[in-house]
Design a protein around this ligand. Structure first.
Ligand SMILES: C[S@@+](CC[C@H](N)C(=O)[O-])C[C@H]1O[C@@H](n2cnc3c(N)ncnc32)[C@H](O)[C@@H]1O
Length: 222
């Protein structure tokens, strides 16, 4: 196959981006992100009607919209400091995941129930300094994992957006100690030029809760 020139590669990438943006607009979806979750779900079958789901980084609401269409008998808690477009099946917490106040609200909404699935599409504010942005992204990954330790049922699943770079391989290796099966996926709806990938971990083994947070973090880093 002949090698494509850089300009035709850029053209192809733009076309691809436009395709999912247009598809979202034509289909009445909140955002192109909708299709990323749909493609992840098509591959891993994460969602069934009764699932109890926590969605971190939900605004503007593309994933939320997809989740509400699937979770007809379960429940959905969506967290983001920004406004989320959603229907009536979703409980929204406005704030930053990982903060005490948000944790308290999640615990209160769950009322002793556990989760079947933790989803995170959280992304940090980009500074443009790659090492700083990557460190922030890894902090968000830790927040999602801490949510699993706090509320995920044994056997539950985690799907999270991550960014290829410093710390990700070690983080995924640590995740393999906590879940039975861990896969990486780059959905077609994700821009090819982006370092974004999705980590899908299935079969949560057991919570390390009871250990102080610092110890948990250290355990993940070892
Ligand atoms: C890529 S957007 C999410 C898109 C969304 N999944 C959709 O389908 O429309 C990333 C979001 O992460 C949110 N975010 C970043 N840090 C967060 C945190 N600590 N807790 C909750 N949301 C956070 C941002 O506010 C932003 O709305």
């Amino acid at each position: 196959m002949p090698k494509r020139s850089k300009s035709s590669e850029r053209w192809l990438q733009r076309q691809r981006k436009d395709y999912f943006v247009r598809k979202a607009q034509d289909g009445g979806q909140v955002s192109r992100a909708h299709y990323k979750l749909e493609q992840i779900d098509q591959r891993f079958h994460l969602l069934t009607a009764r699932k109890r789901v926590l969605e971190l980084g939900a605004a503007p609401g593309g994933w939320t919209q997809y989740l509400e269409s699937k979770l007809t008998r379960g429940f959905l808690i969506a967290v983001d400091p920004l406004p989320i477009t959603r229907g009536g099946r979703c409980r929204v917490i406005e704030g930053y995941a990982g903060e005490d106040e948000v944790n308290a609200q999640i615990t209160s909404l769950l009322a002793d129930q556990q989760l079947d699935l933790v989803l995170s599409d959280m992304a940090p504010n980009i500074s443009g300094i790659r090492a700083v942005d990557q460190a922030r992204a890894m902090d968000l990954a830790d927040i999602a994992l801490a949510a699993c330790e706090d509320w995920l049922a044994v056997g539950g699943d985690l799907a999270i957006k991550a960014f290829q770079g410093e710390g990700l391989d070690a983080w995924v290796a640590a995740l393999r100690q906590r879940f039975e099966q861990v896969n990486m996926m780059k959905p077609k709806a994700s821009r090819p030029e982006s370092r974004e990938v999705f980590v899908v971990a299935r079969g949560f083994m057991a919570s390390h809760n009871g250990q102080p947070d610092g110890d948990r973090k250290q355990a993940r880093e070892e």
